[in-house]
Design a protein around this ligand. Sequence first.
Ligand code: NI
Length: 479
Amino acid sequence: MRRRARRVRFPWALVIIVSIISGTALFFVVSWLRPVTEAINEQYFWVDARYEGVKSKVTSASSRHITMMVEYPEMDNKTITASVRSYLDERKTQFLRDVEGARMIVPRPMSKLNATYQLTNKGTDTISILIQSRSEVGGSSPRTDVRAWTFDLKTGKEITLRDLYGQKSTDGIARTKLYLKQKLMARLEVTNEYDDRLVNKVFDSPSFGSFVITNPHTIQFSFGQGVIASEAAGAIDVSLPIDNLQLFLQTDQARKLLDIVSIDQIPEYQPLKNGEVDCSKLKCIALTFDDGPSNYTSQILDALQRYHAHASFFVIGQNIDKHRDVLKRASDAGNTIGNHSWGHPSLSYLTPARINDELIKTNNSIKQVTGKDTPYMRPPNGAINHTVYTMLAERKMTAIMWSVDTRDWADRNTDIVYNRVIAGAKPGAIIVLHDIHQTSVAAVPRILETLTKQGYVFVSIEQLFGPSGSPGKSIYSAN
Ligand code: NI
């Protein structure tokens, strides 16, 4: 009996001790393996994109070492919305993964992700979306990733070069590659950033053929940093005028997107590389401010002065009289003063006589204050047609369009405006802002600070394109 009692004493104490030890060990192992994700405070809010039928969902997240701001376009077509969202989510995930990798090596510097989209074209049947995301991981130099699509708004399917060229796609694509290569070589050979191996890799890839339409006469190809040229060249946009491709562009799809018939009406832009700053060697960028001068303009001038930066102001003639001093100061400081019409009508709806009136009155008023003639103008609402070009040619004036639309007048939010500029920044970019909105003006010092750190030089339109521009033509960017 006694033996029986002593027989099986289960070692409860041992089990408890072992469990505690292994539990603790497991806890440490799991915490060590678990991605070192800090508590990230993510929020989102909706803003009204200025594009009809499109809303922006802006998510912003921050922790002690991360700031992220990503803007998602949401539209009626769920397929398109989902394609873009999945790309942006992928960027976010990649960024967080990169941050974790980097934190093993460097002691926790700030990492940033800014991603935004531009609708470079929105028609009734099609939409072109360009995503630019700029990331800075663990103190390394910032990099820009780019994705471009043109979608069919009904089916939600991507339209590729093959769809544009149809039966002629073999010849059309071959010709496209030839022109792309020529343009890339011309731009990158000087700086030794051309890389034939990368170019061929892109051309051979099955995904080659994505593009955006920026205007009815141009197909734009966009490549992220290091994709088609060396990392040092940054992200690259190559715009091909369709003049030399019309032969191949005989499909209905091409006619929906591009102005195939009236191709000769709008002259091709020839870049000018004069002016005092050598933008073939420096990372030049042009900030442009429309609709002023206003009570806020002097704040921008203060900020520009602090950063030794130049910009351009496209002023509305009827605003000049109230703000003569600030306009004079802007001009004397070496900024370009451009014409934004007298009363801000869409010039393409006006008679030649009235267009002339809008241009001349404003030019005269500018000259009266600054003492200088201006060859540059920005058409109100971007509205331009053959008549306007003719009038501009007669006045020896050049239309300055833009490559980055901050849509700051739709979203009166400093963070969003800042985010769009930083994400869209690239050498040669022309960025449009409005100096009549306090929210945009407040973004300017932050923009100047961040881009200065990234090595950008802020130039005026005159510094980019010289004292006389390209009369009768329009310019979208400096590359
Ligand atoms: Ni305007």
